[in-house]
Design a binder for this molecule. Sequence first.
Ligand code: ADP
Length: 508
Amino acid sequence: MTSKSVLAAPKRPATAEQWQACADQLKLDGRPFIAGARLGSTSKNSFLIRNPFTSQCLVDVPRCTHEDIDNAVAAAVRARADSAWAKQSVALRADVLRSLAAKLESNADELALLDSIQMGMPITFALDDIALAARKLRDVASTAERLHEAVLPSAPTSLAINQRVPQGIVGAITPWNFPLFVALSKVGPALAMGNAVILKPSEIAPLACLRLAELAIEAGVPEGIFNVVPGLGSEAGHALASHGQVNMVSFTGSTATGRTLMQCAAQSNLKALHLELGGKSPQIVLDDCGDARGLAKALADGFMFNGGQLCVAGSRLLIAKNLMADLVPLIVESMGSWRPGNPLDPVTNLGPLASVEQYERVAQMIDDAVQAGFDAQRSSAGGGTLMPTPTLFAGVPPLSEIAQEEVFGPVAAALTFASDAEALALANGTRYGLVATVWSGDLARGKRLAEQINAGGVTVNTQTNHLPARVIGASLEPYGESGNGVEGGADGLLAFTRARHLLLNLPT
Ligand code: ADP
C-alpha cells in the first residue's frame, strides 16, 4: 500500500496563510491502523480532535474498544509468527528504520502540520521535532547494529551465549506534548529489536501517529508488526495495558496513569513496564555564575519551551542567595521575549496549550499559588489564546504545591539557598527525579554537584532540550515517582529485549 502526501508543494510554506492553506488540504483520517490497513472500529462512539488555537473541529476519531485492541494484538501475534521480522538479521530491520527516517523527512511538512494543528505546537518547533525524530531513528538503527552478544567462558565441549531476544508484543502508550517524537522514541527501538508494536496515542493528538503507521508500511515494516489504535486511556489504553498477550508496555505520561498501569500489569500477566512519568526538575544556579542576562534567558527557555508542556521542564529554579534579586527580573524579562500567537506562523514560539482542560488546569495552579500569597512575577508579553500569562513565583517555600508539583505550563517557582549542600537537599527534595541542570562558573564544582542529584539525566551549563546541544542516544532512567526503565541509547534498546542464555553441548 502506498499513500502520497497531500502536500505536494515544491517549496516549504513560509507564512501562516500558506501553512493554513496546506492544513486545509489535509485529508484527516482517524481510523485505526491494524494489520497493514485502515479499519473501521468495532465502536460506534467517537471523539473529536479540536485545533486548540482556532477551536475548529478537525476530525472525528473512533473511540476504539478492547475488541480493537484484541484485533491489533492478534494481528501482531500473527505477524511475528508469519513474517521474518523477528528472525531476520538486525541489519535488515535497521535498513527499514533508515528508510522510515527518510519517509519522515520527505513528509516532514505534513507530519509537522498534523502535530501543530492537533495540539498547538509552533510549526517551526514541530518541524525541528520531525527532523530530530528522523535522526533518532537513524541512531537507533546504527546502535542496534552495534549491539553484540557475549560468549561466556565454558568447556571446549560447549558453547554458552548470553543473548538478548525481543520482548515479543510491545504496547506503547503515549502523550500529546511531542506526539510523533515520543511515539517514535518507543516504536523505533521496539521495532529495531524485533518486537511487534501496538501504539495507543494520546486522544488529543493521534493523527500524526496514525499517518506514521502508513509510512512504516511504505518503508518496509511488515503488515501487523506496527499497529496504531486510537482511543481513550480508560478504554483502549486500559485494554492494552491489561492484555494477557502483551509482553511489555512502554508508557510516557502522568504519574497517576503510571500507577494505574502498574495495577493493570499486576492484575493481568505481570508484563514488563517501562514508565517515563512526571517531573519537577531543578535548575540550580550556583553563586559563581556570570553573564546574568544569558543565564536568565537559558533558565527561562528551560521551562517555556513547548509552553512548558514537557516532562523535562526545568521549572524549579534554585538560585544562590547573592544572585536572586538580580536574576529574577531578568528571567521575567526573558519570559516576555517569547512570542505567543498562531502556531502556524513561523515567528510564533509560544502556541496555545494543547486543550481547554490543560489550560484550565494550569490557570487553576497559577490561581492557587496567587491565593496562597506568593509573589507572582508575570511576563510583560502576556499570554494568548489558551495560553496563560507566563508566571514566575519568586521566593516560594520548598514544600508548597507550586514548588513540588508539575504544572505543564509556562510557570516556574524560584527558591533560594545559601550553600551547595542546601542546594543539593532542595534539588533532591521532591517525589520526582527526571532531569536536572546545574549552572556554574566552575565546571568541576558543577560536576561534583551534578553527580549527587537523583535524576535520570543531569546537564551542566546547558539543557536537555537546548537544540544545539540535543544529544541523540543519551540514556535516561528516572528516579522516584518519575518512573523506571531506561529510555535512549544502547541501554534503551536493550529495554525492549529480555535476557536469555543459550548453552550448547557440542559434539566431541
Ligand atoms: P497527560 O496528562 O500527559 O495526557 P496521561 O497519563 O493522562 O497524561 O495520558 C498519557 C497517555 O496515557 C494517553 O495516551 C492516555 O490516553 C493514556 N492513559 C490515560 N489513562 C489511562 C489508563 N487508565 N490506562 C491506560 N492508558 C491511559
